[in-house]
Design a protein around this ligand. Structure first.
Ligand code: FES
Ligand SMILES: [Fe+2]
Length: 371
């Protein structure tokens, strides 16, 4: 074990065992102890503007649906009360909350109010319909972002997010246009994805020709509850690029943050806010113990300059390159961590300070150190 054999004044063992990055039993515990009790970002308010607009979100085996019922947003388990079919099958769309199997239709309280052949086959009265209502979840929004908490009771979204609530409200006011939305699977445990997203130590090797040109290496961490931020300065080259772009595209920039700040919203949201103009928002959600889904969106400040389409194309091409580099290294890291017989946590240095914070928050919620 590193802590008994090494005398480093700065490095120490982390809190998550290597074997936890590929174990189905650990994932079941994570769903119960971390995901169900946290507010999870499941999508965007922009996609839920009209009656019957819906979004779905999958976490492990669980599917949630958030749907607009005449202007009121409600969140339910995405499983029919009849014989348990999936209700909404697309990531988003506009469709009544009706089961595709036998046609039970649900209202905003989750009650089955339209049941084919009810009189002759089921005979359900109002009290039966209430008893057969869908399992509902708490939901709330801040700015562009829709959050759901599966377990009740618990803290409000605002209390859970702490400083991140105001930050999300602010960037939603500034970064009004969604310029990219993409979703794909990565062959790695979700924790590897989060940990990769919150440290900059890998930038010189993994992003030698991309992100390394953007961000200086000195990065400052701030902690609030299980969440944390990294703040850093843009390189001179990036600063010049953004100054030119802000001018040409007439971007309406934030007056608060003109360099770079990255938020980790525990457990699985990683965001960056760059040059007071560009916000990226990523959720990393387990599919199974060795696979996660990355949902990534980018939002740009308003602006009326003719150069805007070119700027958007350039930003999206850059993001795609960085994501691809991260995806590849996560899958390489997973192939190492998936080896059997490694019975210790990682050895973390000062450069891993946000990884350490994430692992400590994780271990605390799993109710055991060195899970
Ligand atoms: S399973 Fe949904 S209506 Fe039958
Ligand atoms: Fe990266």
């Amino acid at each position: 074990m590193p802590d008994s054999t090494m005398k480093s004044p700065l490095g120490r063992p982390g809190y998550i065992q290597a074997a936890s990055y590929g174990d189905a039993d650990v994932l079941r515990l994570e769903l119960d102890h971390i995901f169900k009790s946290s507010w999870l970002c499941v999508g965007f308010a922009n996609d839920l503007q009209n009656h019957n607009d819906f979004i779905t979100f999958q976490v492990g085996p669980h599917s949630l649906v958030v749907q607009n019922f005449k202007g009121v947003l409600k969140a339910f388990r995405n499983v029919c009360s009849h014989r348990f079919s999936r209700l909404q099958t697309e990531p988003c769309g506009n469709r009544a909350l009706t089961c595709p199997y036998h046609g039970w239709r649900y209202d905003g309280e989750g009650r089955p109010v339209g049941i084919p052949q009810n009189e002759t086959a089921f005979g359900l009265v109002d009290s039966d319909r209430a008893a057969l209502a869908l399992e509902s979840y708490e939901m709330d929004t801040v700015g562009h972002f829709v959050f759901v908490r599966m377990n009740s009771p618990g803290p409000s979204l605002k209390a859970f997010l702490g400083e991140a609530w105001e930050a999300l409200a602010h960037v939603s006011d500034i970064c009004v246009e969604r310029i990219e939305q993409i979703s794909y699977e990565v062959g790695a445990n979700w924790k590897l994805g989060v940990e990769n997203g919150i440290e900059a130590y890998h930038h010189p090797l993994v992003h030698s020709d991309t992100f390394s040109n953007v961000l200086q290496q000195d990065i400052l961490m701030n902690v609030y509850g299980p969440h944390c931020t990294h703040e850093g300065a843009l390189t001179a080259r990036s600063r010049r690029w953004w100054d030119t772009i802000a001018d040409k595209a007439r971007l309406e920039l934030s007056d608060r943050q003109r360099d770079y700040v990255s938020f980790l919203i525990f457990p699985n949201v990683v965001t960056t806010f760059t040059a007071g103009a560009l916000f990226t928002f990523q959720t990393l959600t387990p599919i199974n113990a060795s696979r996660f889904r990355l949902n990534s969106s980018s939002w740009l400040a308003a602006g009326s300059g003719a150069a805007r389409p070119l700027v958007i194309g350039s930003l999206n091409a850059f993001s795609a390159r960085v994501r691809d580099e991260d995806l590849k290294i996560c899958e390489i890291a997973q192939s190492g961590v998936a080896e059997r017989g490694i019975d210790r946590p990682p050895f973390l240095g000062e450069v891993d300070n946000r990884v350490r914070h994430f692992q400590a928050a994780y271990a605390e919620r799993m109710e055991a150190q060195h899970v």
